[in-house]
Unconditional design. Structure first.
Lengths: 371, 194
């Protein structure tokens, strides 16, 4: 025995190299046996209970027929793998699906005005077209105004707000004192912005202005303040095939994403990973899905900003996951490609502090172009 | 020093046992998690056993494919890392033997020599680099079994029992192979001295 330490005798490993290795492995590994049905009994029971409680609560306060109620709070528990989302059908026919761990307030529920204020989590809405009725979803400092469409709003307090339109159109408007710019989103578009503003107090909500004359023909609502364009981003969201995804389980989404990626359809793969991480954040696949989404956006879709967001989400969803080091190293690259030199340096310092002898140490050290 | 164990990432998060069980059930995410967790260890071990960066990817892929295909045969799921290390060692031996055979049959052109400078350049200091030159400079001449045993002992720093276990051989055989390799290396070193 020499007694010498040969630990540094390793090849140059980059995350891209590991990704290539794993892609080759995945192609060669024999098909795995059909998975046994995982019984997330606890979560499933919690989700069902949440659904029942929400419905019962709404009925107890008179939410039936056209006798709608203001300020009812609906909540959902963590969604179990395979469980259906908590779903509420409003009297006028619109359907609201609550994502996992969601809390929303039915601020105004009148025949001519529906307003839902999203406090956290996500809502997926199939809004019916009712002549003269306004439908508004408030999320932090923004409002999403709609007449007859299918869209979703996700709010992570203090982090970001994401609006995605599958069919029809909505208008996103910042709420506040000054009037100004609004943003119209059509089918297949997704908008996001930092959640910097506090949630609008329900008591202060005014009667929503009839801001849409018809679907796709928005009129900027009075009182809407100027949107912050630099902070908000609009991107083409992969088009959802109708509402078929409503019942997809986390496993189905993950398998769909893997298949799409293997078939050379990175956009479809990204969509499935994105939906999985948002719909099932408690699922063990969520962190990996966010990480894979970041990789796809960075490597295949040329979207370093979106990649950085997804990689940040991967770290948040799985702070102890086996992918955290990979995600942090790729985040350094994403920030550099975004042109965010200070963010890159900061992410690099964080990586090196956490993993001074990390797998990607050498690659990360060179990652911000100034060494 | 057990470099391959130390290079394995933090055990934070799901245990190897949990990931193995999930992967056996067909969960692709668990399989990828196992790969991500242990890929650094396997890459390092593969590099040290083969002595060439260009050989690493094939050995890593072969090793993980073997491991994932044989997950159902792993009796102790928590022992995944040690089991995977054994697979890397045995796969490396097969790769080296296959190459030698193909070369003798004329089915493959003469392989490139071990990149001694490339290996030594990764060393932490001049004394380590010198020893690596001494070890890797003569490896090509050794039979695959002796080469692997020798590297596990001298570079990986494994105990004799661990070398035997990793290679799936008896302790006596491990000792014999290491001794034979050691003698051959010393003999060649003596001949090369001016």
């Amino acid at each position: 025995m020499s007694g010498k330490d040969f630990r540094n005798l390793v090849p140059l490993i980059t995350e891209s190299r590991l990704a290539r290795q794993y892609a080759a492995i995945r192609e060669r590994v024999p098909a795995t046996p059909p998975p046994r049905r995982r019984l997330w009994v606890g979560w499933a029971v919690a989700a069902v209970l949440a659904s029942v409680l929400a419905v019962v609560a709404l009925r107890m306060v008179g939410f039936r027929g056209s006798a709608l109620v203001d300020d009812a709070v609906v909540e959902s528990g963590p969604l179990a793998d395979g469980a259906r989302p908590t779903s509420i059908t409003l009297a006028e026919g619109s359907r609201v699906d609550l994502g996992p761990s969601t809390r929303a307030r039915l601020t105004r529920a009148r025949p001519k005005a529906i307003r839902i204020d999203l406090e956290r989590g996500s809502v997926d809405i199939e809004a019916t077209h009712v002549e003269g009725r306004t439908f508004v979803v408030g999320a932090g400092g923004y409002e999403v105004r709609v007449v007859g469409t299918h869209f979703s709003v996700r709010r992570d307090p203090g982090d970001q707000i994401v609006v995605r339109v599958d069919r029809g159109a909505v208008v996103v408007a910042a709420v506040g004192s000054a009037g100004g710019e609004t943003r119209r989103l059509g089918a297949g578009e997704q908008w996001s912005a930092p959640d910097g503003a506090p949630a609008r107090a329900s008591a202060a909500v005014a009667e929503p202005a009839p801001s849409l004359t018809a679907m796709g023909e928005p009129v900027p609502p009075p009182g809407a303040e100027r949107m912050p364009p630099p902070a908000a981003t609009v991107e083409k969201a992969p088009q959802a095939p109708g509402a078929a995804h409503r019942d997809e389980t986390a496993k189905e989404l993950f398998d769909d994403a893997q298949r799409a990626r293997a078939d050379g359809r990175p956009l479809d793969a990204a969509r499935a990973f994105d939906r999985l991480r948002r719909t099932y954040p408690q699922d063990p696949r969520a962190a990996l899905s966010a990480f894979e989404l970041g990789r796809l956006r960075l490597d295949a879709l040329g979207d370093p900003r979106g990649a950085e967001e997804a990689l940040r989400d991967a770290i948040a969803l799985g702070p102890s996951s086996p992918f955290r080091e990979d995600a942090e190293s790729r985040r350094v690259e994403a920030l550099w490609r975004m042109g965010d030199a200070s963010g890159c340096a900061s992410a690099r310092a964080a990586y090196l502090a956490r993993w001074p002898h990390g797998t990607y140490r050498r690659a990360v050290e060179l990652g911000c172009g100034d060494r | 020093v057990r470099a391959h164990d130390q290079a394995t990432r933090s055990s934070a998060g799901p245990s190897d046992a949990a990931l193995v069980i999930a992967a056996r059930a067909g969960e692709a995410w668990a399989q990828e998690a196992l790969f991500r967790r242990h890929a650094p260890m396997v890459n390092g071990l593969a590099f040290r056993l083969m002595g060439r960066d260009s050989d690493v990817d094939d050995l890593v892929q072969d090793s993980f494919v073997t491991a994932f295909a044989g997950l159902h045969g792993l009796e102790d799921p928590q022992a995944f890392a040690a089991w995977l290390g054994s697979i890397v060692v045995r796969t490396a031996g097969k790769v080296i033997r296959r190459r030698v055979l193909f070369e003798r049959l004329g089915l493959r052109r003469r392989r490139e020599p071990i990149d001694i400078d490339g290996v030594a350049a990764r060393a932490a200091g001049p004394d380590v680099a010198a020893e690596l030159r001494h070890i890797y400079g003569r490896l090509e001449r050794l039979p695959a079994e002796e080469r692997i045993a020798f590297l596990l002992r001298r570079v990986e720093g494994l105990e004799l029992e661990e070398v035997a276990q990793k290679m799936g051989i008896s302790l006596a055989t491990a000792k014999r192979r290491i001794a034979a390799a050691q003698q051959a290396v010393e003999r060649w070193a003596d001949r090369e001295r001016p």
